[in-house]
Ligand binder design. Structure first.
Ligand code: NAP
Length: 275
């Protein structure tokens, strides 16, 4: 098994539809021992049974990334209970719902700062927090989305946050590379999760991707999970600072997908929405 004897921390499970759940599952299947965090008491009730499912009941810790004291207690607990880490998965993002709709120009400073703090700074703080526990060759992985590179309706301030997150991956990769630690991101295609439900017209995004991606389907948390398993494992030991797309190929498209209908090139989107 590829991750036999490896230990990883998973941050960002809300429920069994979370991308982090798909990643935890793929890592567990390859033999990893996992530790989990939960955001608050309400989520603890959901995360504990999941930790139990993965044989990690004793390694569940509170982490609200907006609270610096949680990082210090997480470090202490990991050091005492769990020991050194071979990988860390950061799968956390948040922006106020009213900033994920309408005109980007109306983004408030408060929404901007919240999105940056929870979705970007948290990766830097988490990396710094666990650094003394990371084994040589350890891997840090975060989750991003194409809205960082291209305009995506309603993604707004989260697109700006993801651009900063991807840039942070490159700067962290350089710094931590000195210690042989790798930092990468997966840019996942749209997946229906709790976080995604905060984005207006998310179902439209899902249908658009399905219609226009080369593979003609949306990705699953299992598909993101297996790509993540590769990136946290020694299989990717020469890979750092990368943004790896797991989106059925959607990001390569320069024009909408077309199909032949009665000898006439027709946008696939039109065909799917008509029938
Ligand atoms: P999810 O299941 O809702 O996971 C997001 C997690 O972030 C939740 O556990 C959430 O808790 C947590 N979180 C929010 N604020 C936090 C805080 N202050 N401290 C600690 N945790 C906090 O949604 P997901 O789609 O799997 O999202 C995981 C990552 O994938 C995010 O970075 C997201 O941007 C990225 N991503 C998602 C998609 C997609 O289409 N779903 C595509 C590309 C990238 P609460 O639920 O309580 O807020």
């Amino acid at each position: 098994m590829i991750l036999q004897g490896k230990k990883g921390l998973i941050v960002g499970i809300a429920n069994n539809r979370s991308i982090a759940y798909g990643i935890a599952k793929a890592c567990k299947e390859q033999g990893a021992q996992l530790a989990f965090t939960f955001l608050n008491e309400a989520l603890e009730k959901r995360v504990r049974p999941i930790a139990q499912e993965f044989g990690s009941s004793d390694f569940v810790y509170e982490l609200d990334v907006s609270k610096p004291e949680h990082f210090s207690s997480l470090f202490q607990s990991l050091q005492t209970d769990f020991g050194n880490l071979d990988f860390v998965v950061h799968s956390v993002a948040f922006a106020p719902k009213d900033a994920l709709t309408g005109d980007f120009v109306q983004t408030s400073k408060e929404a901007f700062n919240t999105a940056m703090e929870i979705s970007v700074y948290s990766l830097i703080e988490l990396s710094r927090c666990v650094l003394p526990l990371l084994n040589k060759g350890a891997s840090i992985l975060t989750l991003t989305y194409l809205g960082s590179m291209k305009y995506v309706t309603n993604y707004n301030v989260m697109g700006v946050a993801k651009a900063a997150l991807e840039s942070s991956v490159r700067y962290l990769a350089y710094d931590l590379g000195r210690a042989g630690i790798r930092v990468n991101a997966i840019s996942a295609g749209p997946i229906k999760t709790l976080a995604a439900s905060g984005i207006s017209d998310f179902n439209l995004m899902l249908k658009w991707n399905e219609a226009n991606a080369p593979l003609r389907e949306n990705v699953s948390i299992d598909q993101v999970g297996s790509a993540a398993m590769y990136l946290v494992s020694d299989l990717s030991s020469g890979v750092t600072g990368e943004v790896h797309y797991v989106d059925s190929g959607y990001n390569i498209m320069g024009m909408c997908a077309m199909e032949d209908v009665d000898g006439k090139p027709t946008p696939r989107w039109e065909i799917l929405t008509k029938h």
